[in-house]
Design a protein around this ligand. Structure first.
Ligand SMILES: Nc1nc2c(c(=O)[nH]1)N=C([C@H](O)[C@@H](O)CO)CN2
Length: 121
């Protein structure tokens, strides 16, 4: 049976330009990423070598760099672009990504989209 291991990044908060209204194009707001990424950890567990692991530090730094420089309207578009980076640059075969924009709607604790991409290896 195939492995069902996951590497997680939870609560990654990044300041960026995001939103559809004129006033939102003038400020930075916080988005929060929660990520589940399929990754067979057995090789890294055996070797104890970071090169065999999905390096959550490298992934986080890449996403921070991309999101900080981006200026999309919708969190849907931002989520999709992040998913494509994870699959194309890091070889992630399946992922679930929650893109939150806390504070966007008064009276709510949070608003978000959740996307799943790819297929489990
Ligand atoms: N499904 C979405 N709905 C809305 C979004 C969004 O990105 N996805 N964005 C906005 C505004 O930018 C809002 O965040 C301003 O408070 C409205 N609806």
């Amino acid at each position: 049976m195939g492995a069902k291991d996951l590497v997680l990044i939870e609560g990654l908060e990044i300041r960026t330009v995001i939103g559809i209204y004129d006033w939102e194009r003038e400020i930075r707001q916080t988005v929060r990423l929660d990520l589940e990424m399929a990754w067979d950890i057995s090789k890294a567990a055996a070797s104890d070598d970071i090169h065999d692991a999905l390096d959550y530090k490298s992934v986080s730094k890449r996403l921070i760099s991309f999101v900080e420089a981006s200026s999309f309207g919708l969190i849907e578009r931002l989520a999709e672009q992040c998913a494509q980076i994870l699959m194309q640059e890091f070889g992630v075969s399946w992922l679930r990504l929650k893109m939150s924009k806390p504070g966007a709607v008064r009276g709510t604790e949070n608003v978000a989209v959740v996307i799943e991409r790819g297929s489990a290896a």
